[in-house]
Design a protein around this ligand. Structure first.
Ligand code: ADP
Ligand code: MG
Length: 347
């Protein structure tokens, strides 16, 4: 190592920065699915090859982009979702806003986007390789947008080596797609790995049919609704808690089947999971976890959305308050259905 301090070349800077946004195939899928949802898609089809390491494809029937828009979209810090920091203060209502994802993905893969705006006669195909636009040409394609990401980290070998086995990466992707499928029952979401369909939700709008498609009939029929009656909640930072939770006997050994969403955004909140488990008291066998899909509504102006794109963990300023609200809402759902006895000691 020499003591000389030098400026990194732009390509190196770009790849390092991209690694902050894109960690693994699941983070690519998360960004692309969020873009499809922001584009008002009613159908989103996700498929991966070799756990997404060789290929990720997300096709939607959303608003699409014209040629100029798609060229802009892959540049650095370009977004159609906010204009200035005041928009952030007012609270962001889209899942994305940082304008980083497509640029970052394009910097560390071979990226192709085919897109046609609704009502336009023709579409565009744009190909980016390692951050450079290789071509952009008119293309016949359905309305909406299809993004294909091949050879993730082909130009960042250190990063590629760090990826897990394809089966593990595919599971991570499935978890993300499952989360968005459950959070958006009005959108038909499908997931395919190496040509095999893992699930497809009908997009009919009801949560139970989405749960059935994702977890199967048996689990879906063992789930009871958390009624979204805000007035019955204890005081705390949450405006409402709703969703579905399973019968105390329908459990798994993994806590991964407890999913939480804050304003429709899939999060991992360990406090929320603990609160769900707490609500079952002693009815839950040790080291068993229920199926739960819990939606938390908070005032968008009170949560810091300016979080790092890769960070799924949310924190509430009043963590204890939020926790008690979730526990109380889940407990009430279970009590109403006679699935737990009141006064069960907390375990
Ligand atoms: P962000 O989502 O933070 O705005 P992205 O890099 O993910 O940044 O996307 C950049 C822009 O490209 C978006 O603001 C949007 O205008 C456009 N875009 C991306 N994906 C889609 C899509 N699937 N359908 C329509 N427009 C899209
Ligand atoms: Mg985005």
């Amino acid at each position: 190592m020499s003591d000389e301090i030098r400026r990194l070349d732009p390509k190196t800077v770009e790849r390092i920065a991209a690694g902050e946004v894109v960690e693994r195939p699941a983070s690519v899928v998360k960004e692309l699915v969020e873009n499809s949802l922001d584009a008002d898609a009613s159908r989103i089809a996700v498929s991966v090859e070799n756990g997404g390491i060789d290929g990720v494809r997300v096709a939607d029937d959303g608003s699409g982009m014209d040629e100029e828009a798609v060229r802009r979209a892959v540049e650095e810090h370009t977004t159609s979702k906010i204009t200035d920091v005041e928009d952030l203060e007012r609270g962001v209502h889209t899942l994305g806003f940082r304008g980083e994802a497509l640029h970052a993905i394009g910097a560390v893969s071979r990226l192709s986007i085919t897109t046609r705006p609704r009502g336009e006669a023709r579409g565009t195909e744009l190909v980016v390789e390692g951050g450079d636009v290789e071509r952009s040409k008119p293309a016949g394609c359905p309305e909406g947008t299809t993004v294909e990401v091949a050879d993730l980290f082909y130009n960042v070998p250190a990063r590629r080596k760090y990826l897990k086995r394809p089966a593990t990466e595919a599971d991570h992707v499935q978890r993300v797609v499952t989360g968005y499928a459950l959070a958006n029952p009005d959108v038909a979401v499908s997931f395919e790995a190496d040509g095999r369909e893992r699930f497809a939700t009908p997009g009919r709008g009801d949560r139970r049919s989405a749960v059935m498609a994702v977890y199967g009939r048996e689990v879906a029929s063992a789930m009871v609704p958390i009624e979204g009656d805000a007035s019955a909640l204890p005081d705390g930072p949450l405006e409402n808690v709703s969703g579905l939770v399973s019968h105390p006997e329908t459990t798994r050994a993994s806590r991964e089947y407890c999913s939480a969403f804050v304003n429709g955004r899939y999060v991992t909140a360990s406090a929320v999971r603990e609160a769900i488990v707490d609500a079952y008291g002693t009815q839950l066998a040790p080291d068993r976890y229920p199926f739960a899909v819990v939606f938390l509504d908070v005032d968008p102006a009170t949560v810091d959305v300016n979080v790092h794109p890769r960070k799924l963990e949310v924190r509430f300023a009043d963590e204890a308050g939020a926790r008690e609200q979730v526990r109380a809402a889940v407990e009430r759902a279970l009590l109403d259905e006679g699935l737990i006895r009141s006064g069960a000691p907390r375990g």
